[in-house]
Design a protein around this ligand. Sequence first.
Ligand code: ATP
Length: 229
Amino acid sequence: MSALLEIADLKAFYGASQALFGVTFSVGEGEVVALMGRNGMGKTTTIHSLCRMLTNTRGSIRFLDQDIVRLPSHRTARLGVGLVPEGRRCFPNLSVAENLSAAARPGEWDFKQVAQLFPRLEERRHQRASTLSGGEQQMLAIGRALMTNPKLLVLDEATEGLAPVVRQEIWAAIRQLKQSGLSILVVDKTLSELTRVADRCVILEKGVNAWQGTPGELSDKVRDRYLGV
Ligand code: ATP
């Protein structure tokens, strides 16, 4: 069986400046892949290329056996790529419930399911998104992505800037989503949590693959060399 997502020799450009020089990896059905690397190595650029928010790319991106490089971003979302963007963008003036329903597409994920995963969103359902805490906004951003009923959930900086206790809630939710069989591509700086949840790690350095393997194979030498820990 072919992978859900297959990225091969991906190159990406910001104007004349090249940011990716050949990124290759796949995400299988039900698999959790951690995209890793130090700051500026190309993780967000890879995600933006996948979601077609960055279109100046070369190479191949296949999702569900379809070449998606010519699709506009709303079509990739419709195909089943659910993005939780860095900085957890939601509609600030809409309520929690309105934010969620604006993203809704048919499938098993609805308000009730999202509220089960994040009970805090049920409590705050009439509150405007701009008045939520950072953690609640991230829950809402994940909830919005889930409401699209994605086949692949993509989290860019899953817990950045959140208090430790809230981070734990987000990681617990991600583990629960993994258990439910959802495929996930995740970027974060918390190595311990990433390696706990990921089936595979893909490390980028200067816009190319530097290393791939299971968390168990991630030696101190590899961590030291590519992740600076
Ligand atoms: P971080 O963890 O800091 O977000 P990252 O691994 O996600 O890092 P990217 O944001 O993808 O890295 O950046 C990859 C390269 O592309 C960097 O050299 C960066 O300076 C460059 N880059 C990113 N965004 C732009 C942009 N809008 N215009 C020009 N260059 C950019």
